[in-house]
Design a protein around this ligand. Sequence first.
Ligand code: DC
Length: 240
Amino acid sequence: MHSESPKITIALDGFAACGKSTLARDLCTALNYSFIDTGAMYRAVTYCLLQKEMDLTGDQPWGRILQDLPLAWKIADGQFRIALEGLDIEDKIRSMAVSSRVSEVAAISGVRTFLVRQQQLLGRAGGVVLDGRDIGTVVFPDAELKIFVTADTEVRVQRRFSELQMKGVDIPIEEVRNNLAHRDHIDSTREDSPLQAAPDAVWLDTTRMDRKRQLGIALAAAQSLLEKKGESPSRSTVVP
Ligand code: DC
């Protein structure tokens, strides 16, 4: 008789450029889970609001405004996809124009209420890894595994700078450093759900850790929880 393998929800929170999304993708591949990139959702909304030249200050009916944006997010074949009027906007949402305003948009309570609900709907069936700032504290406070990812600031700056260079984006490293510092400040001091580790989160400092080791640690924690749920995880979940 076929029995469904148990699935857990994994929350990865932390500052920008700590390696969360790479770890999230690696975990999804190993566990055959789906990735939900919540930062990409804030970025997509920011991109649309900037396109519309919307006023980002003051009280606005954010729920209705966001509901009417021609944005769609879905998980297809385990991949998280965002489209604007059916078109892929991955490159556009990673631009510095969006990076420099996204924290401002993410600090608006009405925007957060809307996106948190969307994230809860996307992840409600479990078997998901969500990467963000408030996943373990607000979006899925009951997630079975919560990891708070950290890394030294200069390592994060170098990583983001190399990432941008590889994409052909030519900006001075100083601009990357300033952008990260600006976002760290707003993300961790905003009134509504500031970035903080959930009390039951496992801390993972990736400063001197390669990708394989990060995956090994996260996967071992996931496996132990899955075993506690009563069954061994799938064959592919082997700690490297
Ligand atoms: O992970 P990222 O750098 O793509 O996220 C972009 C911004 O969105 C980040 O500066 C903070 C915000 N964010 C948030 O407030 N809550 C989340 N769950 C995810 C991202």
